[in-house]
Design a protein around this ligand. Structure first.
Ligand SMILES: NC(=O)c1ccc[n+]([C@@H]2O[C@H](COP(=O)([O-])OP(=O)(O)OC[C@H]3O[C@@H](n4cnc5c(N)ncnc54)[C@H](OP(=O)(O)O)[C@@H]3O)[C@@H](O)[C@H]2O)c1
Length: 326
């Protein structure tokens, strides 16, 4: 089978597409014929050695996938041969076949394509956990989402609306904002000119947003701390903006606000039952059409470097997917 492998940290072009032996599922695992692998920004960080956890070399990048069950390891009774499945795997999705712990997989809804299903675990899982458990977002509250057309950002826009919030989508260009509007955003802010704080205050009677979802960090984080409402919650999601900002703790005091960390990988490992409950709700919202996962770009397996560049060069809209079995 073919696999995209990382033998040493470097740019996307340093990865190689190779023939390797197909894995054999261990007890509790399932062999999956991969149809689609979805990309997340951590894939970019992982191949460059900038992510918080690193698999040993050589590893295949790719945090999530969809496909069909090709073989069952010993003891797996809740999945069947040929069943369509999807799941988050951390890394290892850029392959034609993957051996995956059965408890990481869910049955793919019939209404979803393989490309859509490949990309829903991390984005919706992260954003729902962030808004529900970490922010306790309430109906009628104002939610500001940065990077609102990216993977986790667009999911946060849709989920914020599903939870009854007024959603302000913020992004770096009008094309991205149009996508956020189509996903249900009530208000739009283009922050390309660097002015975020004043625009948020203008849309909130000078009060600021109740909850801010920030996957960007960098300079924008400082502005978030200045446009958070009294009793507000600033969600620390990620740092695509390039650097990890420092928090001026006097602002936390003055605003009576909270700065709240979100680490979905750790949450799903520590609190699997709550994660399962969350995902049950997310799947119900998919069934009713409340959530509509957007695949913004598809690449054939051979074009893995171009797919990764789409994220690293800030061009991704919704999910970027590698089609392994188109
Ligand atoms: N905490 C967690 O548990 C968790 C889980 C999953 C992902 N994350 C993090 O969430 C962040 C977003 O991940 P994602 O997969 O949604 O990524 P994505 O689809 O590439 O979206 C990232 C967004 O960041 C913005 N951005 C600002 N500066 C950028 C730059 N220099 N390069 C690329 N994008 C830039 C872009 O929006 P604009 O152009 O509109 O600014 C883009 O839409 C990452 O930092 C990731 O590590 C965290």
């Amino acid at each position: 089978m073919r696999a995209v492998l990382c033998h040493a940290f470097g740019p996307p072009e340093s990865l190689t597409l190779e023939d390797v032996d197909a894995p054999v599922p261990k007890p509790g695992e399932v062999l999956v014929d991969v149809h689609a692998a979805a990309l997340n920004f951590p894939d970019v960080l992982m191949i460059e050695g900038k992510y918080q956890s690193q698999p040993p070399f050589p590893f295949a990048p790719g945090g999530e996938l969809s496909g069909t069950v090709a073989a069952l390891g010993e003891g797996v009774t809740d999945l069947q041969l040929g069943q369509a499945v999807f799941g988050g795997v951390g890394s290892g999705a850029f392959v034609e076949q993957a051996a995956i712990a059965a408890n990481r997989l869910r049955v793919k809804p019939d209404s979803m394509t393989f490309a859509q299903a490949a990309g829903i675990s991390t984005t919706y899982g992260t954003s729902y956990h962030a808004l529900k458990q970490r922010a306790a977002l309430q109906p009628g509250e104002t939610l500001l989402v940065l990077g609102a057309a990216g993977g986790v950002g667009l999911a946060a826009v849709e989920l914020g609306k599903a939870m009854g919030a007024r959603v302000i989508a913020a992004a770096s260009n009008d094309e991205k904002l149009a996508v956020a509007r189509a996903a249900g955003a009530d208000e739009l802010i283009n922050y390309a000119d660097g002015e975020l704080k004043d625009k948020v205050k203008a849309l909130t009677d000078g009060k600021g947003a109740d909850v801010i979802y920030d996957p960007v960090g960098g300079d924008l984080f400082d502005q978030c701390m200045r446009c958070i409402n009294w009793n507000g919650r600033v969600l620390v999601i990620g740092f695509t903006g390039g650097y990890i900002p420092k928090v001026p703790i006097n602002l936390i005091l003055l605003k009576g606000c909270q700065v709240v960390g979100v680490f979905y990988g750790s949450f799903s490992a520590r609190e699997p039952a709550v994660n399962e409950e969350n995902f049950g709700q997310v799947l119900r919202w998919f069934e009713t059409g409340t959530l509509k996962p957007l695949v913004g770009a598809r690449y054939p397996m051979e074009e893995y470097a171009a797919a990764l560049r789409c994220l690293s060069e800030r061009r991704a809209i919704g999910k970027v997917v590698l089609e392994i079995r188109p």
